[in-house]
Design a protein around this ligand. Structure first.
Ligand SMILES: [Zn+2]
Length: 132
């Protein structure tokens, strides 16, 4: 069996990433207090039925794809190949980079590793265009 990878050991590469950002949505029923006043001022306020007293809710929205602002060097390549009926979670090619930790560090999927800044920017633009 012969295994070929897109990048060589010690080759300069540029990675791209897409992180999520937390967005806070204040509850519009209770005005972000978590409580609804009882019409009777002598009674205790109610837990807001919409937010259950949490005052709002948090969602995670994708941000744009962006270039990681450093040139990195391939320090390790991890490849897993399987027969079609035995495809595991590790299938594919991943790169460990000197700049993000080796021998224990982030494994970057090949799809998120580019050969240079120009290619990384083009890939970010393409993906960000798809997202819209
Ligand atoms: Zn509420």
């Amino acid at each position: 069996m012969e295994i070929t990878t897109r990048y060589e050991l010690e080759q300069e590469v540029v990675t791209i990433h897409n992180t999520n950002k937390a967005v806070w949505h204040p509850c519009d029923m209770c005005g972000e207090t978590g409580y609804i006043p009882d019409p009777d001022p002598d009674k205790r306020p109610w837990h807001c039925p919409k937010c259950s007293g949490h005052k709002g809710r948090r969602t995670y929205e994708p941000t744009a794809w962006a270039i990681d602002q450093y040139v990195a060097h391939v320090a390790a390549v991890r490849v897993e190949v399987s027969v079609p009926d035995c495809v595991g979670n590790g299938d594919g090619t991943r790169y460990m980079l000197r700049e993000t930790g080796c021998p224990s560090g982030t494994l970057h999927e090949e799809a998120n590793v580019c050969a240079n800044i120009a290619e990384a920017q083009a890939e970010c633009d393409r993906r960000n265009g798809e997202a819209n």
